[in-house]
Design a protein around this ligand. Structure first.
Ligand code: ADP
Ligand code: MG
Length: 247
């Protein structure tokens, strides 16, 4: 359902993604871990064409795009196959929680306004924010804002939700409520790729963990392999450093 082949991204002289290939099955949940500056965000952003990949192919659902030949129409179609949850929420400051969720339903998906509002209200209720629908982002806590960010991603009809460190900008007190919403999505079999530094969460929720370093996938496997029996020395060192204190 998702197939990435030989994905490369360069910024000037810097090669950030070095021919990355991986696949995802429907309903699969993949966590991507790795040191900072390793290309995790760039990889996720390329999947949604928030960054333009330099070469390689990306297929999500029925839409396949070859980076070097992609047309505007193919890119628009590919972008509709995924939705993005940002580290810093990236909500529209001048729109209410409800309007943040309906915005792309109306503008991108061309859904009628009333149907969009009904759908957005349902989703806001699912993430526990029914009573905050008319509040602006500045009136919400960080955890509430990120739950609006997730609700916005849930509203889109794409195949996969891409999360880029969804809790790393949050005060510790708000982390659990956001992770709980993502767990709820996991129970509903939502396909997800989650870049995270929350190792315990990755271990609990992911079907598969990808360890990235230096623009490469160094190792991937079930959480039991990556966290308890890593095959690669680099994985072993990273996991040991990142999980210190909670084993
Ligand atoms: P991670 O998410 O793993 O921390 P990133 O994907 O954000 O890593 O960054 C990988 C590398 O690419 C870093 O060296 C970063 O400085 C560089 N990089 C990211 N975005 C840009 C950009 N727009 N222009 C130039 N370099 C960038
Ligand atoms: Mg990042």
């Amino acid at each position: 359902m998702i197939k990435v082949q030989n994905l490369t991204k360069t910024f000037g002289d810097l090669t950030v993604l070095k021919s990355i290939s991986f696949e995802l099955q429907p309903s699969e949940i993949v966590a991507i871990i790795g040191p900072s500056g390793t290309g995790k965000s760039t990889l996720l952003r390329c999947l949604n064409y928030l960054e333009t990949p330099t070469s390689g192919t990306i297929q999500i659902g029925s839409v396949a795009v070859e980076a070097e030949k992609a047309t505007g129409k193919e890119i628009t179609n590919l972008r509709k196959q995924s939705s993005f949850v940002f580290q810093n929420y990236s909500l529209f400051a001048n729109k209410t929680a409800l309007e943040n969720v309906t915005e792309s339903l109306i503008t991108v998906w061309k859904e009628p306004k009333l149907a969009s509002i009904k759908k957005a209200d349902d989703i806001l209720a699912q993430v526990g924010l029914a009573d905050k629908r008319d509040q602006y982002p500045s009136q919400l806590s960080g955890g509430q804002q990120q739950r609006v960010g997730i609700a916005r991603a849930m509203a889109c009809k794409g195949e996969v939700i891409l999360f880029d460190e969804p809790t790393s900008a949050l005060d510790p007190e708000w982390v659990d409520e956001v992770l709980a919403v993502i767990k709820q999505l996991a129970e509903q079999k939502q396909t997800m790729i989650i870049v995270t530094h929350e190792m315990q969460f990755a271990r609990e929720v992911a079907d598969r963990v990808i360890f990235m370093e230096g623009g490469n996938i160094v190792e991937q496997g079930p959480p039991s392999q990556i966290f308890e029996n890593p095959q690669n020395q680099r994985t072993k060192e990273f996991v040991a450093r990142s999980t210190k204190g909670f084993n």
